[in-house]
Design a protein around this ligand. Structure first.
Ligand code: LMR
Length: 334
């Protein structure tokens, strides 16, 4: 019998792109919000993507998903974000040869300004927005500042791909399974300056540093491997990570929708209000717990040693630079 629950409406930009394509069928299947929760999809594309999107809609029809109530496919942001409960902002212009990072912040900054405005005007006031398109932390800040009427705490940038990568590396090194590696914080930016914090991680309930005692490996191999994993995937595949990025986006949504299991947390970037001494007003990767009422909190009081502090400072500095560059490119104070 069909569920009587109201559908959760999920808007996805870049819906026909590689990450979008890997994400939307799983949302429609019930893999994110559960087997008794209907979902509706608002699929957004630009230019040439619109034709491909027609094919994606045909494939969704051909899946006959019992939980999928309706699909909107559009190039219009107002229509696309209408009544959305969740927005997954995946589409972004990738950096091309000869482009400075600042150019990218300017180009994508304009995109995320327009998307933020359209979300503010059209989505539900309770909408939650996850930014995946890079540079995702600063794009999320731009969307947040542009979306009037939507609470700041409803904007997120994805660091879950880094969390998953970090857990997988620690599991492999310790000869354990991913499922027993917990308490992984990715501090800061989803970039090569991020700090995957092995000092607070646990493996099978023990401190990761008691299980992996090779401190040189943790500092000199583990950290750069996680930081540069995106680049390593691009090198091997000839294209950016897509299935793992989609998977991490859906993990993030699930972790923000359902309460966090006792004793653990998940990593996602939220607007800093100065927690752990970070400058307020940047989207910073923190350890987050989702509460039973659907709100979230930053896990407080984790020990930060001198090594961790120095790593966190580097990624904070980069995010402050990105904010300044985006402000300059857009001519606004973010
Ligand atoms: C990733 O971490 O795989 C991507 O963010 C890398 C990229 O630059 O697309």
């Amino acid at each position: 019998m069909p569920s009587t629950k109201a559908p959760i409406r999920v808007a996805v930009t870049g819906a026909a792109g590689n990450i979008g394509y890997a994400a939307i069928f799983r949302i429609a299947s019930g893999a994110v919000f559960g087997p008794d929760q209907p979902v509706a999809l608002n699929l957004i594309e630009v230019g040439p993507g619109l034709n491909a999107l027609k094919g994606v809609v045909m494939e969704l029809e051909d899946c006959a998903f019992p939980l999928l109530t309706d699909v909107v496919a559009t190039g219009d942001l107002n229509e696309g974000f209408k009544d959305a409960d969740w927005c997954l902002l995946i589409g972004a212009v990738p950096r091309k040869q000869g482009m400075e990072r600042k150019d990218l912040l300017g180009i994508n900054g304009k995109i995320f300004t327009g998307q933020g405005e359209a979300i503010g005007k059209n989505a539900k006031k309770t909408v939650k927005v996850l930014v995946v398109g890079n540079p995702c932390n600063t794009n999320a800040l731009i969307a947040l500042r542009s979306a009037s009427g939507i609470p700041e705490q409803n904007f997120f940038a994805m660091t879950r791909l880094d969390e998953n990568r970090a857990k997988s590396q620690l599991a492999a090194k310790s000869g354990t399974h991913n499922s027993v590696v917990k308490n992984m914080v990715i501090w800061g930016n989803h970039s090569a300056t991020q700090y995957p914090d092995f000092t607070n991680a646990t493996i099978g309930g023990k401190k990761a540093t008691d299980v992996i005692t090779d401190s040189a490996w943790l500092k000199e191999t583990f950290i750069p491997t996680v930081q540069k994993r995106g680049a390593a995937v691009i090198e091997a595949r000839g294209a950016s990570s897509a299935a793992s990025a989609a998977n991490a986006a859906l993990d993030t949504v699930r972790s923000l929708h359902f309460p966090t299991p006792a004793g653990d947390w998940h990593s996602v970037a939220v607007l800093s209000k100065g927690e752990y001494g970070i400058t307020p007003g940047i989207l910073f990767g923190y350890p987050i717990r989702t509460k039973a009422d659907g709100s979230w909190e930053i896990v407080q009081g984790l020990p930060i040693d001198e090594f961790s502090r120095s790593k966190i400072k580097i990624t904070e500095t980069e995010l402050l630079e990105e904010r300044a560059q985006a402000s300059e490119a857009l001519g606004i104070k973010l």
